[in-house]
Design a protein around this ligand. Structure first.
Ligand code: UFG
Length: 331
């Protein structure tokens, strides 16, 4: 098996953790990132790096040929849901054009396999919980729509042009490399767990809880949190799966367990031993009440089994990262 792979968006949170796992397992990841949100310090030491945007189709084509890339892992995207509603153009032009350019490069080179970062955002407000990956796609924001359109393009290209494609629908990625050497560092940070831990570190006075009037056990939204190393593992399994199967596929990646916002805050207080003041604020537009995955297909077909599944384990690794790098990669 040719173990040379291209990690687009490999300097970002999920991409860099996957690149590190790929290196650990004997793959040779070539990293491509435009560094608008990614961090060069997040790259596995010694890895080949190109500061290139996916939309630079001719450069991508040259990289695929020169590096003799077997598979593309495509993480590069704009991914802030609220921003996507305010600026849909940014989401459609970046996410769609980036993927189309990668596919154009693939059509004219020997690289025919792609693992795509999709999202639970493709479901919108789900009809059924836990959400089976056969459920209808009804995204409620441009971010989720961009992911849905790309999944459809991949299915069409797989059928028409022999591209092999697996779309992985992430639920809420969290945590860090277990020794705390690598973790989550977004600017601006919008995600719950990093914001809660920054509050524990006293970098913030309090955490805002967006809504306490949802139809859930304590009134706050429930999410399916999935540890970053378990998420990374699924990409390697998807890559292996494409050795023997060619039909386009999509899989939910979640634990099948939901934690409310208040439960996350309580768990973080217990793990860190710090007080985490919070304040109830109005709902954040576009937040569904409950998103919990049915990840049976990933388990049955990819052999995927998440290992760090308790909220304590997820917060412990994230806390290790935040304590050691209170200002992220620049600190
Ligand atoms: N939340 C707060 N206060 C905050 C931040 C978040 O109460 O300061 C709440 C949100 O309202 C939500 C929960 O915490 O109920 C989780 O919010 P995140 O922003 O951490 O994550 P999201 O569920 O909004 O989004 C994540 C990814 C998206 C993806 C989505 C799919 O960031 O890219 O999961 O479910 F689309």
């Amino acid at each position: 098996m040719n173990k040379k792979v291209l990690v687009c968006g490999g300097a970002g949170y999920i991409g860099s953790h996957t690149a590190r796992l790929l290196t650990k397992r004997g793959y040779e990841p070539v990293i491509m990132d435009n560094l608008t949100t990614g961090h060069k310090d997040a790259l596995p030491p010694g890895s080949t790096f190109y500061q290139v945007d996916c939309r630079e189709r001719h450069l991508v084509r040259q990289i695929l040929e020169y590096e003799k890339i077997d598979t593309i892992f495509h993480f590069a995207a704009c991914s802030i849901v609220a921003e996507s509603t305010e600026n849909p153009r940014k989401y459609f032009t970046n996410n769609l054009n980036g993927t189309l350019a990668l596919l154009e490069a693939m059509l004219t080179t020997a690289t025919k396999k792609i693992v795509f970062s999709s999202s639970a955002a493709v479901y919108g407000n789900p009809e059924e919980i836990p959400i089976p990956d056969s459920q209808a796609l009804e995204p409620i924001n441009p971010y989720g729509e961009s992911k849905m359109f790309i999944e459809k393009v991949l299915e069409r290209y797989a059928t028409a042009y022999g591209i092999k494609a697996v779309s992985l629908r992430y639920f809420n990625a969290c945590g860090a490399w277990p020794d705390g050497s690598q973790g989550e560092d977004h600017h601006p940070e919008t995600h719950l767990i990093p914001l809660v831990l920054k509050t524990a570190l006293k970098q913030r006075d309090k955490i805002q809880i967006y809504g306490e009037d949802y139809p859930t056990r304590d009134g706050t939204p429930i999410r399916d949190y999935i540890h970053i190393t378990d998420l990374a593992e699924a990409h390697l399994l998807a890559r292996e799966y494409m050795e023997s199967f060619s039909a386009p596929k999509h899989y939910n990646l979640g634990n099948g367990a939901g934690f409310s916002v208040k439960e996350v805050v309580q768990a973080a207080a217990a793990v860190t031993g710090c007080s985490i003041p919070f304040e109830i604020s109005p709902r954040r537009p576009g937040d569904p009440a409950i998103l919990v995955a049915d990840a049976q297909s990933a388990s049955a077909e990819l052999g995927w089994k998440p290992e760090l599944t308790t909220m304590e384990e997820m917060i412990e690794s994230a806390w290790e990262w935040h304590k050691r790098h209170p200002h992220g990669f620049t600190g």
